[in-house]
Design a protein around this ligand. Structure first.
Ligand SMILES: O=C(O)CCC(=O)C(=O)O
Ligand SMILES: [Fe+2]
Length: 287
């Protein structure tokens, strides 16, 4: 770690929230406080038109893949997709939708606009964004698409990233994702060696009562640090879950295995940084 980041780390563990208070706008402080405390916030979608456009694109592409007519009630169609697709075809279907999303140049800017202001407040205004937006579909009682308890940092994500999680249907109960209480997470991750020879189910059982499912309706989104443990279970509700997740990170914060260019792409670099990045100090010239 460079000495500048060591100094920042020291400063941020002192009571930085107090010294920051007078510089932050009131609307920023409450979101920041909540995020610092819990690691996760639920906020209304800032751009409902963009959200509807992505949801409708998914529903129309899904209908076309399934050779069904265009559906009128897109949300209801997604909720009931298990009536049209078999678990053994689910991954092909999901991959086809992810590929279709990749081909739409409007889609990543639209996704960002769903929570732009909140991301700027929590992460910064010079951002990199994950190149591919993930899509999860969890049919009722499908045990093949679950994501066991994890922190994404354990598998190569930088601890500086924040996930924007967007549901395309109302998510509640086991149709939602769960997220561990920050204090319990700190305790358990501090003693993770205890779970070395145990299963991820053992780890889940250790946190389950402190890892509530985060009810998130269509029109709301979650922003969370993936440093804290989270995951999902078999969806035992009667409707299918549809959600996306995509990572954002301050462009100049440290990278882990997920590299700039391959995994992340700059989206809002500011001119001062562009000047800085391309400046070369003249050689052979003493001032
Ligand atoms: O969607 C979920 O249930 C989990 C998502 C997740 O693990 C992530 O976005 O990092
Ligand atoms: Fe995750």
């Amino acid at each position: 770690m460079t000495s500048a980041s060591q100094l920042l780390k020291k400063k941020s563990s002192e009571d930085s929230s107090k010294s920051h208070q007078s510089f932050l706008l009131t609307e920023e402080s409450s979101l920041i406080q909540k995020f610092l405390e819990k690691g996760i916030v639920r906020v209304p979608a800032e751009d409902k038109v963009a959200l509807d456009k992505i949801r409708d694109f998914l529903a129309d592409t899904a209908a076309s893949w399934l050779q069904l007519p265009v559906q009128k009630d897109k949300g209801q169609f997604l909720d009931n997709i298990h009536n049209h697709i078999d678990v053994n075809k689910l991954n092909d279907f999901r991959m086809a939708l992810i590929n279709a999303m990749k081909q739409q140049s409007w889609l990543r800017p639209a996704y960002f606009s769903i929570a732009r202001r909140a991301i700027e407040i929590l992460v910064g205004n010079e951002l990199v964004m994950q190149r591919n937006i993930n899509l999860s579909i969890q049919l009722p009682n499908d045990d093949s698409s679950t994501l066991p308890v994890h922190s994404d940092v354990w598998s190569g994500d930088s601890p500086y990233e924040v996930v924007l999680w967007v549901p395309y249907v109302n998510c509640y109960g086991t149709k939602a994702m769960y997220y561990c209480d920050a204090k319990v997470d700190e305790k358990v991750q501090g003693n993770l060696e205890k779970f070395q020879n145990k299963s991820s189910e053992d780890l889940y059982n250790a946190i389950a009562k402190d890892a509530p499912f985060i009810e998130t309706n269509y029109g709301e989104v979650l922003l969370f640090t993936q440093n804290i443990m989270h995951g999902n279970r078999v969806n035992t509700e009667t409707e299918s879950r549809w959600s996306s997740n995509c990572r954002f990170k301050s462009a100049l914060s440290p990278y882990a295995d997920k590299k700039l260019g391959e995994f992340f792409e700059p989206i809002t670099l500011r001119p001062a940084t562009r000047f800085g990045l391309r400046y070369k100090l003249p050689e052979g010239f003493e001032s």
